[in-house]
Design a protein around this ligand. Sequence first.
Ligand code: SAM
Length: 446
Amino acid sequence: LYLSRDLQVPVQLKEASQTLSRTETNSATNSDADRDIVVNTRFGSFPHSTLVDLPWGSQVLASKVDTGSWAKKPNGKKRKRDESQKGEPSEHDRDSEELSSRREQGQRQAKPVIAADSGFAHLVPPTPEIWTRALKHRTQVVYTPDYSYILQRLRVRPGTCLIEAGAGSGSFTHAAARAVFNVAHVRKKKKYGKVYSFEFHEPRAGLLEQDIVGHGLQSIVQLTHRDVYKDGFCVDDASIEGAPRADAIFLDLPAPWLALKHLIRGGTTEGSYSSPLNPRTTTRICTFSPCIEQAQRTITTLRSLGWVEIEMVEIMHKRLEVRRERVGLQEEGLRGVNPSPANVSEAFERLKEIEGRQRAFHENQPEEQKAKQAMANSLGMISKAERLKNIRDAEAKRKLYKEGRLVHRTEPELKTHTSYLVFAVLSRQWTADDEKLCREKWPLGD
Ligand code: SAM
């Protein structure tokens, strides 16, 4: 639910009947069947029943809802739960409570809509960009300006196998999942892109796993709870022999250089390949570190392990706000004049004063120059082009006063987690078999 530029609320919609089907009991009454889940925000309440089946982009008005047993009494105190709800909380209750504890904006059971209120929201599809803005941050996250650049530099595309560590809040994970996804996932073909994600903080790994399953990404993202410094990146995956066979790596770890020893080529021509990297492709890596010292240690280790084309990048993303501003207010004489309609006459007076001063300046030009100008005028020496230019200038000036001058400002608080990005490349595995094949194809001269 897109409420404002700074507030988006992730909502998993449930129809009242769906909710009921999981809580169906003999005691279900008509009022239970009517029960609806409501997203409560500072812009108003949005019962799920008012959102289900609407097309993306729809504007939805907030509703006045009777939040039933959870509502406040007129005196401001919370009411007790109904008699029928005493005892063990139902699955419906537990579900609702879990949602509300996981999301900043609580979601509560409620009876149906009574009347429309003033606030509204837009329904927007769940993209990685929206998820990055809306997800509950459990760690620092990688923001869109960084991950879009990283994924492009790592050449991640449908079919790519990517290693990611640590997974943290899953912001990068979602963007990577979209980038590697291809139709083979739908057609269930063998080779398809995958994100192998690693996180050593157990509760964080658990919450991210819930998000991955909740968003239907389990066939694309394989999350492993592991300390990658110690245990590396090889995993069991029935769909890919010798998994992960990664083509790309993204490390958002406090000490990425400690994990690099596990990201080397390995194995023999006989097939016992014990590296997490794809032997048939060039591997691209990116590490994300807030301190230059971390970047330096990573670069030193990368060099010693044979990585090449090492490059460090810092992204300084700025959004420019472009708008028109009244010209008069920028002038020297108008500083300090409040541009409210009430002050228009004051501004106008000051403007006239400035113009008067300018006129006086021109009239006080040296006598010689004035005489020259008068002579030129009298002889009609102003060329046609000059006259046209004067007309155009006057017209532009008039327009500028009327519409205002184009100005731009940079927005200071754009969300990026400024870090140093270190990129590097490791060439593909080259075996004796590869060399033999190559010689057969392109025989060497004497
Ligand atoms: N990239 C993530 C995102 O976009 O949401 C944020 C990653 S967060 C800054 C760093 C994560 O690395 C933390 O969750 C931390 O638990 C994890 N981590 C630290 N050391 C690790 C290790 N040795 N193995 C696996 N994960 C580790």
